[in-house]
Design a protein around this ligand. Sequence first.
Ligand code: NDP
Length: 503
Amino acid sequence: MKTTVRTIEGSRQGLFIGGQIVAPKNGRYIDSFDPTTGERWYGLAEADADDVEAAVSSAHAAFRNPAWRRMTQTERGGLVRRLADLVLAHADELADIETRDNGKLLKETRAQMRSMPDAYHYFAGMADKLQGETIPVNKLDMLNFNLREPIGVVGMITPWNSPLMLLTGTLAPCLAIGNTVVIKPSEHASASTLALAELVAEAGFPAGVVNVVTGTGKSAGEALTRHPGIAKYVFTGSTATGRRIAGNAAENLIPCSMELGGKSPHVVFADVDIDHAVNGVVSGVFAAAGQTCVAGSRCFVEASIYNRFVEALVARTQRIRVGHPTVDETDIGPLALADQLYKVEGYVASGVKEGARVAVGGKRPQSGELGRGWYFEPTVMTDAQNDMTFMRDELFGPVVGVMPFSSEEQMIELANDTRYGLASGIWTKDIDRAMRFANQIEAGTVWINTYRSSSFMSANGGFKESGYGRRGGFEVMHEFSRLKNVIIDYSGAMQDPFVIRLK
Ligand code: NDP
């Protein structure tokens, strides 16, 4: 991989279409910024409908290309494995690039990049395990069976918070099955996806199997989601954009898989070790400066321990070190974009106006270097109510609202009183209660005495306005393949169709 943070610095990054880096047809580039300073660090191609057309055509040509279409399943799995090995070999460079682009902690992006190859290997192994089935047909000398085949060109639109990790769970199975893809990464963090495309070429995938069009959602994103030549869209991002993309796709009757926002409940019962639960709540909401879709941003605490819990949570939050994302001691880096920072500030102010209290944090650090970047202090808001604006909307920042509950029934009602349904967490030693929670909560993921633990081997996704479709596990192979029913008559004697008479 030739691309590094140094080669990107100050450069103009092109598009990746048909296995080559190409300039956008309109010649336009937009700035990408370093979130630790707010300064420009490179220009990225601002693709429009013409570039999207070229990328989709290239993906279609690759889908028909015998070099890809007629590759055996085991060979295709081998290519995905080669990509996994290249990702592992370049994990630290990919992490450097992504951290520079979105300000995520280097230790976290490194851990993500180093673990990603395992997911590529897992899905690579499925390339030659996807199988159809034979079905009874109620006639003699006939064979009725289903084939599973790739669906075609998949359009992937990814967000800025964990671009490569979120891409892996859909790109790896798509390639293992034999689809081709066009990826539109976020204009705020496109560099690591372009670097990955270089590894795709190095691994030996035929040209056009993977294409990357960068640019804005308004231009490149809209053009991609209005294109009739896409077989399926995979989107990760906000519910508002998801709704718009699903609308565009519906015009052409194209199915989607949507992983959208969340406002996940994190519940603490009185029977737990408070320090353990505090650690769980802190990591659940402040990791990645709150910029995770599963952030446990509504914290419900059993009334009998509410004061003690809040005291411990505030004390733990005060010890969180905000700092530069490449420094090992840093616990929380900056937000990825200036707009995100202003949005979080606005929600905290609205919470205070509606009666909540900032127990700790609530502002941007003012001193030295931190004052220049897009940093925000980890924030605990007490006296929160479930109907306050900051408790209803997804902030995507390091802010948790805490409120007491007095009964299990009330807690379930509060936890489910949200338009989202992505994740949830509960801390209790009572397994019966934990299972009652797991059964009643309206969320795609339930964590019991842990939070944010995840596995690419299980199917994840949301309920309600958090989306539909699943990532991970074997289920994902069904998301990116389609069934074809085949019936064979091997009697050797086709009956005269008009011989049947009324009895
Ligand atoms: P968006 O939903 O706006 O963006 C996600 C992706 O969609 C980006 O690649 C974006 O491109 C693209 N996009 C935007 N508009 C369109 C469009 N009309 N057609 C096609 N593609 C489009 O999220 P933001 O980046 O603005 O973040 C805002 C909020 O989204 C966050 O505050 C958070 O609530 C949520 N979010 C959720 C994530 C999750 O993991 N579930 C991840 C990231 C964000 P571009 O960035 O270039 O505009």
